[in-house]
Design a protein around this ligand. Sequence first.
Ligand SMILES: *Cc1c(COP(=O)(O)O)cnc(C)c1O
Length: 380
Amino acid sequence: MNKGKHIEFRDLNKQYLMLREPIQESISRVMERGDFIMGEEVLKLEYQLSEYVGVKNCITCANGTDALNLILMAWGITKGDLVFIPNFTFFATAEVVALQGATPVMIDIDQDTFNMDPIKLENAIQRSIQVNQLKPKAIITVDLFGLPANYRAIEAIAKKYGLYLLEDGAQGFGGKIGERKACSFGDAATTSFFPAKPLGCYGDGGAIFTNDDHLMEMIKSLRVHGKGKDKYDNVKIGLNSRLDTLQAAILIEKLKAFQDYELEAVNQVAKWYSERLQHSVKVPSIPQEYYSSWAQYSIQLESKEQRAHLIAALSQEGIPTQIYYPKPMHMQTAFKNLGYKQGDFEITEKVCEVILSLPMHPYLNEETVDFISQKINLIK
Ligand SMILES: *Cc1c(COP(=O)(O)O)cnc(C)c1O
């Protein structure tokens, strides 16, 4: 059935072919006007994104990593501060904390949702208060693989201990808890428009969301060299971190498709997978009231060996897979000075050994999901 047909892990080309005309027209308009930096589509996109998410302010920037950096800079996070982050994430979540001179505190995850475990978070906060050396300042949650973190619990913890809460929604855009959309939780939130994210552009891009007007003004200055009245009046040390007008023009078209059918389609694909795979492997679990934007569809195998065997066998069938993520933050060489060791994080370490992400995108059809699932059920 799929003989000779190539299966993409995330099919960006298919999406482009669907949206080619509006995207090309959108690009042409920018080329003809020539307002490549902070042109009219940038403001238009920021408005549309803030409306979609349901947050007062949206500020775009150069990428999802800068989005995190800009918020930490605006909050004055620095040497001597502790920032609590999930141990199972993409490196950027931890990296930005260290880049600002602060110390990341890794927190173990929940094995069902892959997101930060609130009980372990509170334990770590209490321990750091007892040790009383570095100052607990902020929590960064991650909406891993498209599923919002446990905000009901974590927002309460942030409030109880007087900590800033930053939602890293790089993978979470489009997710929901009840009627509250991803990128609306905490004091501020970020997302990334890296091409493979749920809402991606054709290069790098990112955005910040907040209801805090003061924070928004700070970040507008920080993203253009800490500008005061203009960019030749510099009142603080900032970055050069703007979203290109061309990328904004592309994103306006992609956001339409995302809202109109892509988000629904990718949820349908997840349903097809889970129906077919639930009796043979551990499939992702979505808690009641939660809605995922499915940045990844990740199954869990019984062992590292079983996973290796499955990857090889699927590859033989032309089915690509990915391991997100092979290594927890506490085992990264860049963090060896923090003094963590193997065995410190039971769940994260286990998940790194058994997790496997399958081809996932809104343009995957039922026949292909059937083919992939049959192979997995057979091989496994
Ligand atoms: C992709 C990603 C980032 C960084 O986004 P970029 O746009 O690539 O800089 C940050 N956090 C998480 C969880 C991510 O997945």
